[in-house]
Design a protein around this ligand. Structure first.
Ligand code: 5GP
Ligand code: ZN
Length: 114
């Protein structure tokens, strides 16, 4: 989508540190990391948030979720633990309106998250 920051990253119009990519998914480093590992996993197809998940095909959704597991294991996050977050809407502090999953690890996290 025109004027979407993450679509521009997906299309390589804006530079980012992409660590994994397949037909449906891109994973890149967050520009302002909140943990030693802080990645953003996005579907290549633009949807604004998880509220619009019905717009994705089931195989795309499956690949999103499997990619989280694959990346976590490849980076060794699965042994110590990690956090997956998708901020949705204003009260959750979503700042980019393209569905994204934060994958954060290599530190301890508090609960509730605040
Ligand atoms: P949200 O606040 O919507 O949950 O998450 C958006 C995330 O995108 C933030 O963690 C922010 O640091 C990250 N971000 C914003 N602009 C850029 C950018 O240009 N490049 C990268 N790699 N991350 C960005
Ligand atoms: Zn987008």
């Amino acid at each position: 989508m025109k004027d979407c920051l993450f679509c521009k990253i997906i299309n390589k119009e804006i530079k980012s540190d992409i660590i994994y990519e397949n037909e449906n998914v891109v994973v890149f480093k967050d520009i302002n990391p909140q943990a030693p590992v802080h990645l953003l996993l996005v579907p290549k197809q633009h949807i604004s948030s998880i509220v619009q998940i019905d717009k994705l095909a089931c195989d795309q959704i499956c690949e999103l979720v499997k990619s989280i597991s694959k990346i976590a294991k490849e980076l060794g996050l699965d042994s110590s633990g990690f956090r997956v977050v998708t901020n949705t809407g204003t009260s959750a502090g979503q700042s980019v309106d393209h569905l994204h999953f934060h994958i954060m690890g290599k530190r301890d996290f508090k609960w509730p998250p605040g």
